[in-house]
Design a protein around this ligand. Structure first.
Ligand SMILES: NC(=O)c1ccc[n+]([C@@H]2O[C@H](COP(=O)([O-])OP(=O)(O)OC[C@H]3O[C@@H](n4cnc5c(N)ncnc54)[C@H](OP(=O)(O)O)[C@@H]3O)[C@@H](O)[C@H]2O)c1
Length: 163
């Protein structure tokens, strides 16, 4: 099974504020849906609370230390390792955030689907700094702001360099 991260981040690596996204970017929401459709999404409990509901066509695995936590239609696990195990029959599973889960999962993933929003934002949750000696960029497509997307952005796909 391939384990990948999918993330949208600002120029200053911000990913969240007040348990929400710092921006609304319609193109990114569509891209996330297209890439992840049919695959498992593994996420921290705070990210699930922020989304608030299951997402169509994608099994959700929620990581929490709370043994009593329940979410209708979702699988709840006590650790990242258990989350990955629960998705083992998928050919690609996605680490869906947020900051805590990205940090813990980063050493384990081979691919990052990144949307870079070319703007600085203020907030409280950041993506971990990447060591670019470990990653190669396999594609980079830039888009200008338009009537549906307030900021210019790029889709950047990274793959881990196998040593
Ligand atoms: N821009 C993006 O692409 C993107 C994507 C996803 C999320 N976000 C944003 O990121 C923010 C949320 O991120 P966050 O870092 O605050 O929270 P998070 O990573 O979504 O969830 C943290 C929670 O996960 C559980 N957890 C974490 N590590 C664990 C472990 N090792 N074992 C068991 N449980 C563990 C704990 O849940 P319990 O407290 O229940 O034990 C912890 O409170 C929000 O602002 C959200 O909008 C942005």
């Amino acid at each position: 099974m391939n384990l990948s991260i999918i993330v949208a981040l600002s120029e200053n690596n911000l990913i969240g504020i007040n348990n929400d996204l710092p921006w609304h970017l319609s193109a990114d929401l569509k891209r996330v849906k297209a890439i992840t459709m049919g695959h498992h999404l593994i996420m921290g409990r705070k990210t699930f609370d922020s989304i608030g509901k299951p997402l169509s066509g994608r099994p959700i695995i929620i990581i929490t230390r709370n043994k009593d936590y329940k979410a209708k239609g979702c699988t709840v696990v006590p650790s990242l390792a258990e989350g990955i195990k629960a998705a083992k029959d998928d050919n690609e599973a996605f680490i869906f955030g947020g900051g805590e889960i990205f940090r813990e999962a980063l050493p384990l993933v081979n691919k990052i689907y990144m949307t870079r929003i070319h703007q600085r934002f203020e907030g409280d949750t950041y993506f971990p700094e990447l060591n670019m000696e470990e990653w190669k960029q396999v594609s980079h497509n830039e888009f200008p702001a338009d009537e549906k997307n307030n900021y210019p952005f790029s889709y950047i796909n990274l793959e881990r360099i196998m040593m």
